[in-house]
Every structure is written in C-alpha cells, then in structure tokens.
Ligand binder design. Sequence first.
Ligand code: ZN
Length: 245
Amino acid sequence: MRALVVADIHSNLTALQAVAGDAVRRGGFDAVWCLGDVVGYGPDPNECVAWLRERDARCVAGNHDLACAGAMPVDGFNPWAAAACQWTQARLTPGSRTWLLALTPLPLVEGDFTLIHGSLRDPVWEYAVTPEVAAASLKRQTTPWCLVGHSHLPLAFRQGAAGPLAGVFLADGEVVRAGSDRVLCNPGSVGQPRDGDPRAAYALVDTEAGTLAHHRVAYDVLAVQARMREAGLPEPLAVRLAFGR
Ligand code: ZN
C-alpha cells in the first residue's frame, strides 16, 4: 500500500495540488495520511478540508486545526498566527468546522506507522526537533515508525537497539528505511516550509517495502501570495512563503 503523507498544509491548496500531482507522477497512492494543521495561515481553508474529505484521509488534529475550529483559544499563537486563525474562523463553512472538530490530536496507528502532530509526549504542542524531545517521543513509540508534523522541518531521528540517536535533515528524493530501528520522521510542510526551501514538502510511504521517500515540488507561490493579499491576511505570512521561512 502506498500512502501520501502530508503535514502542515495550512490552507494552501495550490501547494497541496502540486504535491498530489507530483505523487501521481511518481506512481500514485492508495491512501492519504495527514499529520495535522490542515488550516491556519493560508487563503484556502475550506478547499483544503474538502480535498482531504474527498480522499477519505486519515488525519490527526494540529494546534491550528483545534484553534481555527474553536476548540482551543488562540492564546498560544503569535499575533500573525492569531489573526490568520480569526480570519479562518470567520470563513470556515459549518461542514468544514464539523470535520475539523471531529479530528483527534491523539495518535492514529496505521499498521507499522503512528501518526501524530507534535510528539507522542505532547501530541499538540511539542516540536520534535531536538534529540531530547525525539528520545522522549521514541520511548513512547510502539510501532517502527512515527510520523510527525508541527515544526515544518523535514527531519528523521533514529533509535537503534544500542542508540545513539541521530537527527538528520531529509534531502529531496531521500529514502528512509526503518530496518530494525525505530524512526521518528517529519515529512516537512506542504503549505509553509521553514527550512529555507520554499518548495512544498511531502513523503510517499510504501508499507510493503517499509520505506518513506521525501520529495519537494515547486508550486505557484505568487498565486497564493496574491490570494492572501486579496483576503487581507497578514503580509508577513505571504512574504515568508517565497523564502521557505
Ligand atoms: Zn503548522
């Protein structure tokens, strides 16, 4: 079975469509796994929810999903994120809001893969970017793989029988194998990458082969920025898309 893994889409339909098109060119996929933050920041919240609903995606809740659906206050957000969240709240259709409210922040298990937004220690808020946090999450991991989002950084941490634990950035086209290790992996962000590469990031999992392939794909950033400006979303959120920051 081949799964398209998407994280931190953040209401960027153009990036999501580019990712899906690229995945189809690479042989397609049977399922969609989403690691949360479907909405927030970008101009297309309802369209991104609809895209996932149409494909019956398995999806965990991220902090932006909970806040934008009204299930959590925006207190923990910086001013731009809070403004985008309020913009999103005002535009979500009842159907989109209901779908977001039904998402769980708790881990979803799909065979050898556990899906979570933050970490297994703190599903909603923790950034699994340091060896310490990765170790705390890996300790709670009961499957060979755990796929996380939240940091918008394509990273893999590996825990072997004897350690040590290493964190590595994933390059475009890189293939990760768990082997006998446990792996914690972030496929990067579809809609707002933060590793200095503005191209949309995603992964393709092959469950029979036991592999995860990380890919990047360029999309029409200018078109998304234009929609954001038209919508009156905060200018810094539009600008950052061009830099992948
Ligand atoms: Zn996010």
